[in-house]
Design a protein around this ligand. Structure first.
Ligand SMILES: C[S@@+](CC[C@H](N)C(=O)[O-])C[C@H]1O[C@@H](n2cnc3c(N)ncnc32)[C@H](O)[C@@H]1O
Length: 312
């Protein structure tokens, strides 16, 4: 299957990163190298450092980037380990960071990866196939309470109670091993009239399980703050999110790093000595244009936030 993924808000990201031809740029979510290819094309003496934890993405992206220039290095890593990646390469400070969070179209569309609620496959959902936890483990081994928490928190799923009840009932007799089995359980838990009004009811629960399997939200806030520490003054960080939880984390992390004093309001004199390190470029997030949303339905929930480092 061909690795297809259309980069979202590509030119908004490139503009937002304000790429310098001699700069060092870090793309933590390389995917099919849609954004990275365009960054690399704009570099002369600069360098692109990119990570992905998906072997298939890394292989395809490396091939695509090699056709553009040699000024890049693609590393298999979680972007949350970016400090180590930069240290290993002897890079102290960088000019820009891009994160395009979540999964690629290829991961979603390739049934074998077990992310899809449309196609039938083994429940998997791991971005990094060498990691231990799979969707099958989550669905079969997590307690009803843990599943409830995940579906509410990561999926904001209204019919969580009914879905969890039916999962627990099903697994009393048989393990849930395929995406279709799980999709069928979700469908029988959500009233038909809701399904007719709102479409396929599996989206939120599949998203919630995927977030859990890949630890997508864990340490994201701290990672963003650390990435800001590693930017040069004048450097930019651009982050695309696809759901409200992720967007809230990015918004809060930017706000924290853009705030001078964080003392409690009742303290008359600042004792924290916290200094704003960035200014927020996007007071409101940038959204895909109507044209992009029409041409690429996967862009509709995307939000882009950008900040610029102003001091160490
Ligand atoms: C939305 S896609 C990026 C697409 C890319 N910007 C492009 O235009 O082709 C997200 C990619 O990031 C990877 N990814 C997600 N979270 C990651 C993490 N914490 N560390 C490393 N890679 C991650 C996924 O495996 C996926 O390939």
């Amino acid at each position: 299957m061909e690795f297809k993924h259309t980069p979202i808000m590509l030119f908004e990201c490139l503009d937002g990163l304000d790429i310098k031809p001699n700069g060092i740029y870090f793309d933590g979510t390389l995917g099919g190298a849609g954004h990275s290819s365009e960054i690399l094309k704009r570099l002369e003496t600069g360098r692109l450092i990119a990570t992905d934890k998906d072997d298939e993405a890394l292989a395809v992206a490396t091939e695509r980037l090699s056709k553009i220039s040699k000024n890049f290095v693609a590393v298999k890593s979680d972007f949350k380990q970016f400090d180590k990646v930069l240290d290993d390469l002897g890079v102290e400070k960088i000019d820009g960071v891009l994160l395009d969070l979540g999964v690629s179209s290829y991961q979603l569309d390739n049934a074998q990866r077990g992310f899809s609620y449309i196609a039938d496959a083994k429940l998997d959902m791991r971005m990094d196939k060498s990691s231990a936890l799979t969707a099958e483990d989550v669905v079969n081994n997590y307690s009803a309470e843990a599943l409830t928490k995940i579906f509410y928190e990561y999926g904001e799923e209204t019919f969580t109670k009914e879905i969890v009840k039916n999962i627990v009932k099903f697994r009393e007799t048989e393990r849930i091993t395929t995406t279709k089995q799980l999709a069928d359980i979700i469908k029988m838990s959500v009233p038909k009239k809701v399904q007719i009004a709102k479409g396929n009811p599996c989206k939120k629960v599949f998203q919630a399980i995927r977030i859990e399997v890949n630890g997508e939200l864990a340490n994201l806030y701290d990672t963003i703050c650390k990435m800001i520490d590693r930017l040069k003054v004048g450097g930019r960080i651009a982050i695309i999110t696809f759901h409200s939880l992720e967007d809230r984390i990015v918004k809060d992390a930017f706000k924290f790093c853009a705030t001078d004093c964080i003392c409690p309001k009742n303290i008359p004199v600042c004792v924290c000595h916290h200094k704003a390190k960035v200014k927020i470029i996007t007071k409101k997030p940038i959204l895909p244009s109507d044209k992009e949303q029409k041409e690429n339905s996967r862009s509709t929930s995307a939000k882009l936030r950008i900040a610029e480092k102003i001091c160490e």
